[in-house]
Design a protein around this ligand. Structure first.
Ligand SMILES: NC(=O)c1ccc[n+]([C@@H]2O[C@H](COP(=O)([O-])OP(=O)(O)OC[C@H]3O[C@@H](n4cnc5c(N)ncnc54)[C@H](O)[C@@H]3O)[C@@H](O)[C@H]2O)c1
Length: 315
């Protein structure tokens, strides 16, 4: 039986991960979040309400030492930018508290946990037009990205010391978030799918030629589970992998939606470009990730598979 701890278990990615892990009765799950509903409850599951940075919550969570920790909890980028103290406290300080509590488990009990950290492509900052490669310098332009990068570095150092066994994954935009969650700047990546699939008109805030890095939720969960299982003997000292992505334009997404849901999708879609959203989320260059692919991480395959996976009913 493995004891698996998931922070941010009620979030978009966390719920899908819990669903997947629950399929294996050999897993004992400890979930940490600030709110829960019945969707994440079930056999072999303990829900701990509170902050993952609270030592009392961590003591409860780690009464049985953790074998694997998926650290998914975070304050989203736009909120962390508006409320710097909150982002700093959760995305950096609480993450360091969690990392050091796990390091103490490794050092004092000899039980070194695999820690899978959901980092973000926000670590890079503005990207030019040239293809991005692994080793792209990280120059975050928002606090959320800066705090993710700082956490990656600390986790790599604790891993070098042998106190934890961390794997940081830089996630791209994951689709399709529920249509009700519209506050994110990149919400258009999910809304275009939900609206056109439902036969509803959609005014897209980026141009038809806008390009982004795409991954479906099931593919993201596959990669998180892979990160929990891989050998880190040959991991880079950074302990960090940029996940492979599909680099697709909105035009290619539309073509895949037409293929799946019918030609009327083209008539339902119009564009009213918001220059800020286009600049931040619609100008991604190509991305090459041979090391991540060699380590077994995957993208969805092609645009049709992306839509199929992203719009699959929750399993
Ligand atoms: N979804 C994406 O497109 C994407 C892209 C890049 C990186 N990521 C990263 O992946 C992770 C998961 O993303 P998501 O989309 O599921 O996020 P989400 O915002 O949907 O969920 C985050 C969860 O963390 C919880 N949380 C926040 N602060 C907490 C605290 N102090 N203690 C306990 N729980 C707390 C929230 O209540 C929420 O349930 C995040 O770390 C995010 O930064 C996601």
């Amino acid at each position: 039986m493995s004891h698996i701890v998931i922070t941010g278990a009620s979030g978009f990615v966390g719920r899908a991960l819990v669903r997947r892990l629950r399929a294996d009765p050999q897993h004992q799950l400890t979930l940490i979040d600030q709110a829960f509903d019945a969707a994440t409850d079930g056999p072999n599951t303990r829900q701990l309400l509170g902050s993952f940075g609270d030592p009392a919550v961590l003591d409860q969570a780690l009464r049985t030492p953790a074998d694997i920790v998926f650290h998914l909890a975070s304050v989203p980028g736009s909120l962390a930018e508006r409320q710097h103290a909150l982002g700093y406290q959760v995305n950096l300080q609480a993450t360091l508290t969690l990392a050091h509590r796990l390091a103490a488990q490794g050092e004092q009990q000899g039980h070194v946990a695999r820690l899978v950290f959901a980092s973000s492509i926000a670590v890079y900052g503005p990207l030019g037009t040239l293809p991005v490669r692994e080793g792209q310098p990280a120059q975050p332009a928002i606090s959320y990205g800066a705090h993710k990068l700082m956490a990656e570095i600390e986790l790599a150092d604790l891993s070098r010391r042998g106190a934890v066994d961390a794997v940081s994954l830089r996630l791209p935009g994951i689709v399709a978030r529920p249509a009700t969650e519209t506050g994110h700047g990149s919400a258009f990546m999910s809304l275009i799918m939900h609206r056109l699939a439902a036969g509803q008109p959609y005014v897209c805030p980026v141009s038809s030629g806008a390009t982004a890095w795409w991954m479906s939720l099931p593919c993201c969960v596959d990669n998180l589970l892979h990160a929990a299982a891989i050998s880190t003997a040959d991991a880079p000292p950074s302990r960090c992998w940029q996940l492979p992505v599909l680099h697709l334009s909105m035009h290619q997404i539309l073509a895949a939606l037409e293929q799946r849901y019918g030609a009327q999708c083209g008539q339902l879609l119009s564009h009213q470009v918001d220059p800020q959203i286009e600049a931040l989320f619609g100008r991604f260059p190509a991305l090459h990730t041979p090391a991540a692919l060699a380590a077994g991480f995957r993208h969805d395959g092609d645009a049709d598979a992306l839509i199929r996976h992203a719009m699959a009913p929750a399993q």
